[in-house]
Design a protein around this ligand. Structure first.
Ligand code: ZN
Length: 195
């Protein structure tokens, strides 16, 4: 495979990048200096070397424990459960939430081979059972799989003493939290309902 083909193939694996765009980007990269190419390659390697899941909440971090978990102003007794680290960004941008998070690492999707063992639910139950958590808010996406995941999380937490709430309906069904508008996210969190 040629170097051009090779890079275009790698780029076309990225979300939202089709074959045509991948080739256009490849030709664009060919025009830049060797120094620019080196910086791009190095930052990709640094990214995969340094970024890892937070030991406590599975958010992405360059430290053992992420900045949100370490922040003394955050309420450690309220845990918001999300599917992906990018959902944390969406909720943080919406503002108003002062608790901490727990990233599941996806949602239950039996048709795509994603089962409970692929998510961090066991770690969540351990967190909830250690006594420092008062409330868990399940903010999985408003999709069928997201709802099924929320029900699963609630059942797994039933043996603990924490209260479990689901974000209020109102976010676009099937949409991703990541793309919902700030006011809608803040409203869904504020109007959460006990499960
Ligand atoms: Zn964390």
């Amino acid at each position: 495979m040629s170097a051009i083909e090779d890079l275009a193939t790698e780029l076309s694996k990225l979300p939202g990048i089709g074959r045509k765009t991948a080739l256009r980007l490849t030709y664009h990269l060919l025009k830049q200096s060797r120094e620019q190419s080196r910086r791009l390659a190095e930052s990709l390697l640094t990214l995969s070397d340094r970024v890892k899941p937070c030991e406590r909440c599975f958010n992405l971090t360059e430290d053992d424990v992420c900045g949100i978990c370490r922040d003394p102003r955050r309420d450690q007794s309220v845990v918001c459960v999300v599917e992906e680290p990018s959902d944390i960004g969406a909720i943080e941008r919406a503002g108003g939430f002062r608790g901490v998070y727990h990233v599941l690492g996806g949602r239950l999707a039996p048709l795509h081979g994603v089962g409970p063992e692929d998510l961090t639910v066991v770690a969540l139950v351990e967190r909830a059972a250690n006594g420092s958590v008062r409330e868990v808010i399940v903010a999985t996406n408003p999709s069928l799989e997201g709802e099924a995941t929320a029900v699963y999380v609630q059942r797994e937490l039933a043996a603990t003493s924490v209260s479990v709430a689901r974000i209020a309906p109102g976010l676009p069904m099937g949409g991703d939290l990541e793309y919902a508008d700030r006011a809608a996210i803040a409203q869904a969190l504020a109007a959460r309902r006990s499960m």
